[in-house]
Design a protein around this ligand. Structure first.
Ligand SMILES: CC(C)(COP(=O)(O)OP(=O)(O)OC[C@H]1O[C@@H](n2cnc3c(N)ncnc32)[C@H](O)[C@@H]1OP(=O)(O)O)[C@@H](O)C(=O)NCCC(=O)NCCS
Length: 194
């Protein structure tokens, strides 16, 4: 239940997200998502491994960069330096999430934030061995929930034009392609890789 505190919305679930509380989840090998509230491995799903979700912390940045670096669908720039990513997380607490495998290794990540008006998602990625089990959707759901709790009603994101699989994923989770728009970038300063 949302409570009002000092004129601002206080939402206990949101506070737990900010603190990085882990939520267990048992991804289905067949794509059907099964939430496991007990924290144990769901024995009825062959090929499943326990995955937990929690808010992304600064300490997750090196593993997130390792995952992103090998993926053609993810474009990294100087804006994705560890320091810049840490700044992004501090500006948008509780909005970004990671999925962790049974050994605590990072197997998925979704960077999210907002500017007070629109929400943005960046670099949503799941390790190849863990794809097709609902983890990408679960990461998106958590980011969307966090942004909604901040009063954001629409998310914008960018997909590389040649990333057909990425676009298919976004359409499956409710996204609409905006063919009437093009992206315009203006580099402020002299770093062409900004
Ligand atoms: C895109 C990505 C995050 C999807 O992760 P995932 O865990 O495999 O996705 P999910 O299993 O949660 O799938 C969610 C839905 O998207 C669909 N989907 C996922 N990948 C798809 C693909 N390649 N083609 C078509 N549909 C796809 C699933 O069928 C599922 O639909 P459903 O829930 O209605 O059954 C993952 O493939 C990835 O990391 N890709 C490389 C990085 C990337 O391109 N990210 C997007 C940047 S814009």
């Amino acid at each position: 239940m949302a409570l009002r505190c000092c004129g601002a919305q206080f939402d206990p679930a949101r506070e737990r997200r900010r603190e990085g509380v882990e939520e267990p989840f048992c991804p289905s090998a067949t794509g059907r998502r099964v939430v496991n509230h007990t924290g144990g491995v769901h024995s009825g799903l062959a090929g499943s491994a326990m995955v937990t979700f929690r808010s992304m912390l600064e300490e997750d940045i090196p593993a997130a960069l390792t995952l992103w670096q090998g993926l053609p669908g993810i474009g990294l720039r100087d804006a994705d330096s560890p320091a810049a990513l840490a700044r992004y997380l501090r500006r948008n607490p509780g909005c970004s999430f990671v999925a962790l495998g049974a050994a605590g290794e990072l197997v998925g990540v979704s960077l999210a934030g907002h500017d007070g008006r629109r929400g943005y998602l960046h670099h949503v990625a799941v390790a190849e061995a863990f794809r097709g089990r609902g983890i990408g959707r679960a990461l998106f759901d958590r980011c969307a929930g966090a942004l909604r709790a901040e009063g954001v009603e629409k998310i914008n994101l960018w997909v590389k034009a040649d990333n057909a699989a990425g676009l298919a994923f976004w359409k499956r989770v409710g996204g609409s392609e905006r063919t009437e728009l093009v992206t315009v970038s203006i580099v402020l300063g002299d770093n062409p890789n900004a």
